[in-house]
Design a binder for this molecule. Structure first.
Ligand code: KIV
Length: 288
């Protein structure tokens, strides 16, 4: 399937919204996983700064650097040439100035060949979005639960649960549209609010924990395959338990090495016919 699919572009995603076809989106951080996603026909891949937790074992996303994001984005791009690949701007890569935002967004395209970048925030990042767009880069906004500013939100909490907070989200979404972004991600937002924003905006609005009324869904791959162990957000559905599969394979390997069951004859390279006898004779003469 991966070889015959057409390249997914921003135009593809826009027409999917128009005809009501749901967009599928998953994070990916490495070559093999991105290959599987490409073969499965995933529309979009996000090289999220969640790689801090999912790959590096950090407690959150704050320590993640641009260099780490670029290395992982390059690998994902190589594995998934047809999917719409997005780089995620890590903490302090765009907060400081419009210039830093453009320079770092540009690195994602120049060094990793991604199709778009994502940054967190609404009204307060409108000038960053405009500056990045002026450089010719497709931008995805991200509002609701924004992990990089979870300290200000009082933790990893759902947003828009009250009318006042829902209206702030709508203001943020409208500011993002006005700034010229072409995609929006809503994280941990009630479906009523997400549905309203999705209908209101002309471009694709995607959900991670924002219910079924959006134009598509995003999940963290490490959650979907049951690899991430530290915690499981309410919005996650685990489609596999890869941790169990991997641990049981490793336990079996340890057992077989300890008992001598592995490696067996089928895993051995044998000497050429006749050479084995010659070898025995020769080492007996020379070394014993
Ligand atoms: O880094 C990431 O994977 C993200 C998701 C949590 C939306 O930004």
């Amino acid at each position: 399937m991966g070889e015959t699919r057409k390249k997914v572009t921003i135009k593809t995603l826009q027409s999917m919204k128009k005809r009501g076809e749901k967009i599928t989106w998953l994070t990916a951080y490495d070559y093999p996983t991105a290959q599987f996603a490409e073969a499965a026909g995933m529309d979009m891949l996000l090289v999220g700064d969640s790689l801090g937790m999912c790959v590096y074992g950090y407690e959150g996303t704050i320590p993640v650097t641009m260099d780490q994001c670029i290395v992982h984005s390059e690998a994902v791009r190589r594995a998934a040439p047809m999917a719409f690949v997005m780089g995620d701007m890590p903490f302090m890569s765009y907060q400081t100035s419009d210039e830093d935002a453009v320079r770092n967004a540009g690195r994602f395209l120049k060094e990793a060949g991604v199709d778009a970048i994502k940054l967190e925030g609404g009204v307060r990042v409108a000038s960053r979005i405009k500056a990045i767009l002026a450089a010719g880069i497709v931008v995805c906004g991200h509002i609701g639960l924004t992990p990089q500013s979870s300290g200000q939100l009082g933790g990893h909490k759902a947003q828009g649960l009250t009318v006042a907070s829902a209206k702030l989200l709508i203001e943020d979404a409208l500011a993002i549209e006005e700034a010229g972004a072409q995609l929006l991600l809503l994280e941990a937002v009630p479906p009523e609010v997400a549905g309203f924003i999705t209908r209101k905006l002309s471009f694709p609005v995607l959900s991670i924990g924002a219910g079924p009324n959006c134009d598509g869904q995003l999940l963290i791959v490490s959650d979907l395959i049951g690899q991430f162990q530290a915690f499981t957000p309410k919005f996650v559905k685990k489609y596999a338990n890869i941790a169990e599969v991997i641990t049981s394979a490793m336990t079996e390997y340890i057992k077989e090495v300890k008992t001598g069951a592995f490696p067996s004859d089928e895993h051995c390279y044998h000497m050429l016919k006749g050479e084995d006898k010659e070898f025995e004779k020769s080492i007996a003469e020379e070394y014993e």
